[in-house]
Design a protein around this ligand. Structure first.
Ligand SMILES: [Zn+2]
Length: 220
């Protein structure tokens, strides 16, 4: 077990350390397998009530929000009360935990932030959330790029699914290389046009063609 790489903060009257440790180690290893490296000093704090989450996020949080990550700390609802305090079934817990851990690995090792569809998409790909979230409607990727537009239409299913397509199409190695170079080339915050330009430069193919190909396979 990778107990050295993370510490758990939980209510020992509600949760058993051994049980939480097992869940965390499975999610952690999924990330280690994808990224090929360890990230030390992660802290995971388990929450038990919605007001606790509101306090962490400093706002009234919606029922779908079950995890929050800042720097190397994750706040997540305990698997013991997961479905009681959210819209999610208990079975979503491991996916969400892996997703939040993926944000830490991605932030530490790749450091990209925009486009948000790819930032969220990569976490969802690693967590396997494309299996549990069907794509119902599709948006233009430029409309899922920055924080302002993402917050209006957070299309997680599309992001998960298209990222899976990208990884399958180009390979994990190439995608992670691209994501590592992206913030260096155009900055963490940039415009969709700058992303598309660097995409074309890196992959020698047009982003819009790849997006269209995905849409075509997806429609079948
Ligand atoms: Zn996320």
């Amino acid at each position: 077990m990778n107990t050295k790489n993370y510490v758990l903060d939980f209510d020992s009257q509600i949760d058993q350390k051994q049980k939480l440790d097992k869940l965390v180690s499975i999610s952690y290893l999924k990330n280690k397998k994808f990224f090929g490296e360890n990230i030390p000093s992660i802290k995971i704090t388990f929450l038990y009530t919605r007001p606790q989450m509101d306090k962490v996020c400093d706002q009234k949080t919606p029922g779908w929000l079950v995890g929050y990550t800042k720097n190397k700390q994750i706040f997540i609802f305990s698997p013991s009360i997961f479905s009681q305090v959210s819209d999610h079934p208990d079975s979503d817990f491991p996916y969400v935990l892996t997703h939040e851990l993926a944000h830490i690995f991605s932030n530490e090792l790749l450091g990209f932030y925009y486009p948000l569809w790819l930032h969220e998409g990569l976490a969802g790909y690693i967590a396997g959330q494309y299996k549990i979230r069907k794509v119902k409607n599709t948006d233009q990727f430029s409309k899922l790029h920055d924080a302002k537009s993402w917050n209006q239409h957070p299309n997680y299913p599309q992001s998960f699914n298209f990222t899976k397509y990208l990884v399958n199409h180009f390979g994990k190695q190439k995608i992670t290389q691209f994501l590592k170079q992206l913030p260096k080339a155009v900055g963490k915050h940039h415009y969709p046009s700058e992303f598309e330009k660097f995409f074309q430069q890196f992959f020698k193919t047009e982003f819009n063609n790849i997006a269209q190909n995905w849409l075509n396979t997806h429609k079948k």
